[in-house]
Design a protein around this ligand. Structure first.
Ligand SMILES: [Zn+2]
Length: 62
């Protein structure tokens, strides 16, 4: 089994833990309504996914 030759420095560990939030990109802009939505999920605002309407969103207008 491969074993690390040297102990990781505080700088290496801290920079690794400091950057985890930057790399997570599970939320992006919906191309249909330009609201923020989860990747690979139907947009909850307009009900579109991949340019096709998948679900009907009830518009709550007074
Ligand atoms: Zn949308």
């Amino acid at each position: 089994m491969a074993v690390p030759k040297h102990k990781a420095s505080k700088k290496q560990s801290n920079s690794r833990f400091a950057n985890w939030k930057v790399k997570s990109s599970s939320i992006s802009e919906c191309p249909q309504c330009h609201e923020m939505k989860q990747n690979h999920r139907v947009c909850k605002v307009c009900g579109y996914y991949d340019g096709v309407k998948k679900i009907d969103i009830k518009q709550e207008k007074e």
